[in-house]
Design a protein around this ligand. Sequence first.
Ligand code: APR
Length: 174
Amino acid sequence: MVIIEVVLGDITRERVDAIVTAANESLLGGGGVDGAIHRAAGPRLSQAGAAIGPCEPGNAMATAAFDLDPPVRHIIHAVGPVWEGGGYGEAEILASCYRQSLAVADELGARTVAFPAIATGVYGYPPDQAARIAVAAIRSTPTRVERVRLVAFDDDTYHHLRRAWDELTASAEG
Ligand code: APR
């Protein structure tokens, strides 16, 4: 069973095998966490993204981590759903981002992975709903990843992730 940790911080400082970025379909980089990761990894990241993109919403694709400090070896680009009110399959697309990122991590042999709160910034996904989807998807996906760190960039996101983790853990204990 994968260990899930909820932390407050900057995902570019994480010491894991792979970090996930909340990308857009082009994989060329953007703002938010994607911008921070592209700044930290350097210009080769958008070149690598261009070579493998575009990436469909709900899917995930990996590149090297370039100028990011070790031990990060891989960047997994996941494209979240743009929130349009909840009636357009957004929940399933978001869950797929987490499932597909874990599948890509398994292909890479990554055992520790850090995720941002995908889709809850520019894409407008309600952070409380997104947190429950993230924790449930990670807990229910068979994977060889041993440790997942959910990295919140602000207190509000941290508390939503923490609450979602507590709720799922409590329900699992019956
Ligand atoms: N570390 C961790 N989390 C971060 C960081 C960081 N350095 N910077 C921002 N975040 C958080 C945001 O606060 C938010 O909670 O990442 C979460 C996701 O927000 P966005 O980065 O806006 O991603 P998203 O909502 O999925 O929108 C994706 O925005 O940046 C563009 O290229 C990206 O077009 C794509 C869209």
